[in-house]
Design a protein around this ligand. Sequence first.
Ligand SMILES: Nc1ncnc2c1ncn2[C@@H]1O[C@H](COP(=O)(O)OP(=O)(O)OP(=O)(O)O)[C@@H](O)[C@H]1O
Ligand SMILES: [Mg+2]
Length: 467
Amino acid sequence: MLTPKQIVEALDKYIVGQDDAKRTVAIALRNRYRRSLLSDEMREEIIPKNIIMVGPTGVGKTEIARRLAKLVDAPFIKVEATKFTEVGYVGRDVDSMIRDLMEASVRLVKQKWEVRVRVTAEAAAEQRIVELLLNEGKIPQKANDNGLGALQKLFGVNDTATQLAAQNSTGETASTDEKHGKRARMLDELRSGMHENDIIEVEVSENNQGNDSMLAMGIDINVGELFGGVLPKKTKHRRVTVAEGRRILIAEETEKLTDMDEVIREAIEKAEQSGIIFIDEIDKIAANGGVKGPDVSREGVQRDILPIVEGSTVNTKYGPVRTNYMLFIAAGAFHVSKVSDLIPELQGRFPIRVELKPLTIEDYERILTKPHNAIIKQYTAMLETDNIHLVFTEESIRAIAQYAYYANENSENIGARRLHTIVENLLEDISFNATGEHPMIDVTIDERYMEEHLSKNGESDVDRYII
Ligand SMILES: Nc1ncnc2c1ncn2[C@@H]1O[C@H](COP(=O)(O)OP(=O)(O)OP(=O)(O)O)[C@@H](O)[C@H]1O
Ligand SMILES: [Mg+2]
């Protein structure tokens, strides 16, 4: 588990500034971990302090959430509060947040199991490939195909018994020693990579058409899962290379080795105890002063969300999940409405407020060049594929930052998103004309280039913005 300092450092790689917000979420995350180490009794008492992040548009609120998601080893989902106000959103199904979180949790726990059973699954898959190769790539014919086999599975009849029976019925008379030898040789050959392109047959489950149309109708039920695997799965044989077959068989063996009951139990525990839900655009469901109409539904959404944030039990297809100890982080620009426009009960559930600051010219400069995925790095890498090596002078970076800053001041303030627009415009000519049909050339982006290209692309008044 990362320390708050490490969390901030990890966020620093992508987000410039906003130190308060980073610290606050880092502490909240670490507190989840601290709480998990306490006695049951103590833990029950400690309810997470939900956070609300407030700050203008385009300064990193959503970005912090996105990066956080990749950082934490906890079930995490991000939802837009506006989703629940959308016309046609049946029953404003806010419970779907918790169902989505459970899905995330199940995925997480499953991945852990995959790692745990990996070696065993690989060995089992290898054995099956050896069997297949010894049988000219074909799946051995079982005497009792499909129906009976499925029934036997249903009543827990041992699989190996069935297989042995099938083998005997092929009437092989070879001595066990001979068989052993053959198998060992084949295993050696397989491991040396001799058979990677041989063709083997594997059984894959056929995608059930029914499910898709159910999904299209918005019905969130998987028929197969509903019947808990009682229905024999529809399968078909596919001919694939050993290399591909191995992946399929490993996946199959992994599934066999995964105890789904245990996965679900762990996943519920994880979702309840360390789940994090990021509610973005929360300002959009706040009332904005006396205007009738949409406000009613906005307040309705707040009232719907309230019990979830306060702590309640939500039914999911994996069973009931309690929301009492989940951490909620909300974010919003709040330039039309204010936090105090949220219904008081909801405000009360977000005791920690953190303000994100408007970005400065220096921030813009750093955003252009410093983050791991910095805009300038992205464009440079893209154009390099067409043999153009972009060189930005320090002055030009500064000029882009200034230009962005003043453009934001003078027209709509869209924060760092402005940088994307500007750089895209700036490089439009090059992006359009680059063909890659020449050896690598350097193209220097300096102030002169900027002046020429920004004004040309409709962003007038460059001179006014650049000082
Ligand atoms: N502080 C920052 N450091 C690095 N990149 C940033 C920063 N702020 C914004 N960006 C970049 O600007 C874009 C918009 O940022 P983000 O989505 O976080 O805005 P936001 O604060 O959620 O705004 P909104 O209120 O409109 O939702 C993203 O591409 C993001 O990478
Ligand atoms: Mg956002």
